[in-house]
Design a protein around this ligand. Structure first.
Ligand code: C5P
Length: 409
């Protein structure tokens, strides 16, 4: 089997997979299979902890190479010394990266085979963290993460959701498919992307919200989430620690982004504030302005000719973030307008006390909600910049350029 278009960059690549000691190690087996399907050569090194969860033999069968487990294995060293192996790799992927392994990597330890390989290699390193959510959120781990990112280490995941211990939160290993996609994305751009957001935390909201009317119906909107996801991906590529609060959309999590899925405006409000403090907030979500005062417990019956819904205003997340006493460096809003775009956008910039607003016209042929392309104009107090029609991924890169400029202004 050969790789699809999306994984083409991996054909012929020499990947060193370092497996850490967490329950998610079993998913690394699937990762090896997928990487090989994409045409990559894979060699595997395991920590002692990893071998408590999965056997070296399983990796050997899947990778087609002997699995490396120790610095002190003279037979393996004779076949290929660890320094040679570190040089062989043109990409290192650490999956799962446990809290302990991240700490050891951040501090440059070389107390076992895996950390020694990571220290000895000059190849780009990507980590896929997986751990209990409290360990992930601990300032020690977040500090180590920032150190690693600052050094150019790329990060994929962790995802939000159920964890092995019956708890739920950010800490799930990114799915093998996501890790493969992240590696393919960075197959040739690893060193060239400027890390001009390194050390900064960026929170992005994206997608629509669904406000439940009853157990089967909701009020929603046509936002696809594509722009917000592209902005989150772009910020992560530039070195930011990104939390993406996503309404109900069908989009893969961008590489290196921590994703929190929500449904309603109230949940989005809660998740955004839980993700603060941050340096930059980008509100790209199409948040419902109204929600039912009380959602019906049972399905609403069609008993009369007309139906009036009793709706109340939702909190304006963006305005509340902008009004935070603990000020962010930059708060950016989006405005989707059908007419008088500039005028309405400037009004919102002022009314919500934003640093920047990005306006686009919806309801036009080439652009808007569901399209992969868009054209838009950013306004800030002293200026504006127009972005000509382009794919949303390119617009996101250009918008991040502007955000970096405004941060440095
Ligand atoms: O006022 P309007 O909804 O047009 O403003 C759009 C901007 O405000 C977007 O950035 C959107 O994410 C944000 N917004 C919000 N909370 C709301 C409504 C809008 O954060 N309840």
């Amino acid at each position: 089997m050969t790789g699809s278009d999306k994984t083409q960059g991996l054909a012929g690549r020499r990947l060193l997979l370092c497996v850490g000691g967490g329950i998610a190690a079993y998913k690394a087996l699937e990762l090896v299979r997928r990487l090989r399907d994409a045409g990559a050569q894979v060699q595997v090194a395991m920590t002692a902890g990893a071998q408590q969860f999965v056997t070296p033999l399983s990796f050997q069968a899947l990778s087609g190479h002997p699995t490396r487990t120790s610095l002190w294995d003279s037979a393996a060293e004779q076949a290929m010394g660890h320094i040679e192996l570190a040089r062989w790799a043109d990409q290192v992927i650490v999956a799962p990266a446990t809290a302990d392994l991240m700490a050891r990597l951040a501090h440059g330890l070389a107390d076992d085979l895996v950390t020694t390989l990571c220290l000895a290699t000059t190849a780009p390193v990507m980590i896929a963290p997986a751990m209990n959510h409290r360990m992930w959120e601990h300032p020690a781990t977040q500090g180590n993460l920032a150190t690693l990112r600052g050094r150019g280490v790329r990060v994929v995941g962790p995802n939000d959701g159920p964890l092995a211990e019956g708890e739920s939160g950010p800490g799930r290993l990114a799915e093998p498919g996501e890790i493969v996609a992240a590696l393919a994305n960075h197959a040739d751009d690893a060193p060239s992307v400027p890390q001009d957001l390194a050390g900064l935390k960026v929170v992005v909201s994206a997608g629509p919200t669904y406000e439940d009317l009853d157990p089967v119906r909701y009020l929603g909107n046509r936002s696809s989430g594509k722009m917000g996801f592209a902005v989150a991906a772009s910020a992560a590529k530039r070195g930011a620690a990104v939390t993406l609060v996503a309404g109900p959309v069908h989009l893969p999590t961008p590489a290196g982004v921590t994703r929190v899925d929500v449904r309603s405006a109230a949940q989005m409000h809660q998740a955004v504030f839980a993700a603060l403090p941050a340096d930059v907030y980008i509100g790209a979500a199409a948040v419902a302005d109204y929600t039912p005062r009380v959602p019906a417990a049972d399905k609403i019956k069609k008993s009369s000719e007309s139906l009036a819904l009793d709706l109340v205003r939702t909190p304006d997340i963006l305005a509340e973030v902008a009004a935070q006493t603990q000020a962010l460096k930059l708060v950016v809003g989006f405005a989707a307008e059908t007419n008088n775009v500039a005028e309405y956008a400037r009004k919102k910039l002022e009314a919500k006390r934003l640093d920047m607003i990005v306006a686009n016209r919806v309801g036009i042929a080439d652009g808007g909600f569901e399209s992969d392309r868009n054209a838009m104009t950013a306004y800030w107090k002293e200026g504006e910049r127009s972005f000509a029609s382009a794919p949303k991924t390119q617009l996101a890169d250009e918008l991040i350029d502007l955000i970096v400029e405004r941060l440095n202004a």
